[in-house]
Design a protein around this ligand. Structure first.
Ligand SMILES: Nc1ncnc2c1ncn2[C@@H]1O[C@H](COP(=O)(O)OP(=O)(O)OP(=O)(O)O)[C@@H](O)[C@H]1O
Ligand SMILES: [Mg+2]
Length: 277
């Protein structure tokens, strides 16, 4: 399988007045046309890994890597204009908080139409039709009505689906989805996962699925990376998660309550200083 994305020794740091924050500390992985899950506790560097690939690291952040290659394009050498052209068209990212990614003063429909037209020379009518189709695809029941609403007029879960529609409308080859279903109820969550699944299977899209939810990731993804304090501590095929060896991963697995099991007190996650080394 040829790699869609190659990441080697990726580091993201933020200089601050009180010292350097090392958000990502030497992350390496390759991605094919498959579903790769990234799990790890809050602050472990999942979002900053995704943002570095997308070219959306906050202004003051510093990125270094031995390699950051998307389909033969060296992302480290790409100019700002080249990165912008890739973003939204060939690499898309569903950000963790859709509130900050949707433009509050533009209707939902117009945002999706403009995203598409920025990347493809389609007519206004065609763009509108594709935007409506995409809204329907993410299970928005009344696409015509939602098309004309502003972001503040929809619920959090709907905003998240609108974001997903916007990110998928131009047909990206790589989608980075950062907690894309965490604000959705379980049935809608499953529908959104089914859409993502179809895109991977039918169009050969590569998917990086970031989540806290080890159970969800292990059932949905092909492979899972476990991050801890800015590093990858373990990488496993999803089906073999039960064989995880790292004590942090084992701890996460032991914390998953089993439905129908007797209630035991939830174990407390252990954290050892040496795991950070
Ligand atoms: N803009 C920023 N400036 C400085 N430090 C930052 C910035 N954004 C993130 N960090 C730091 O980088 C580290 C990794 O953050 P990141 O957002 O990648 O975590 P995460 O794994 O996505 O967590 P969560 O599960 O809560 O979303 C954290 O220690 C965080 O404080
Ligand atoms: Mg995050």
């Amino acid at each position: 399988m040829s790699a869609l994305l190659t990441v080697e020794d990726l580091r993201v740091t933020f200089p601050t007045r009180t010292g350097i924050i090392e958000a990502v500390r030497g992350v390496s992985f390759t991605l094919g046309r498959e579903r790769l899950g990234i799990v790890g506790e809050s602050g472990s560097g999942k979002s900053q890994t995704g943002r570095a690939i997308m070219g959306l690291t906050p202004e003051h952040g510093v990125i270094t890597a031995k390699r950051l290659d998307f389909n033969g394009i060296d992302l480290l050498k790409a100019s700002k204009a080249e990165r912008r052209a890739l973003r939204g068209k060939r690499i898309a990212m569903v950000l963790q908080d859709p509130k900050y990614s949707l433009n509050p003063v533009m209707t939902i429909g117009r945002q999706i139409v403009e995203t598409l037209r920025a990347h493809e020379p389609v007519s206004k009518a065609e763009a509108r039709r594709r935007a409506l189709d995409m809204l329907a695809a993410v299970q928005i029941r009344d696409p015509e009505r939602v098309f004309d609403l502003y972001p503040h007029e929809v619920s959090g879960g709907m905003g998240q689906r609108v974001m997903i529609a916007m990110m998928l409308v131009a047909g990206p080859e790589l989608l980075i989805a950062d907690e894309p279903t965490s604000a959705l109820d379980v049935t809608v969550q499953l529908e959104v996962l089914a859409i993502l699944n179809r895109l991977v299977a039918e169009r050969g899209m590569g998917l990086i699925f970031i989540s806290h939810d080890l159970r969800l990731v292990s059932s949905f993804c092909d492979r899972v990376i476990v991050m801890y304090a800015g590093r990858i501590v373990e990488e496993l095929p999803a089906a073999r998660l039960a064989e995880a060896e790292h004590p942090y991963t084992r701890g996460l697995l032991n914390c998953m309550p089993e439905i129908g099991a007797d209630r035991h007190p939830l174990p407390v996650l252990e954290r050892k200083a040496e795991w950070k080394e």
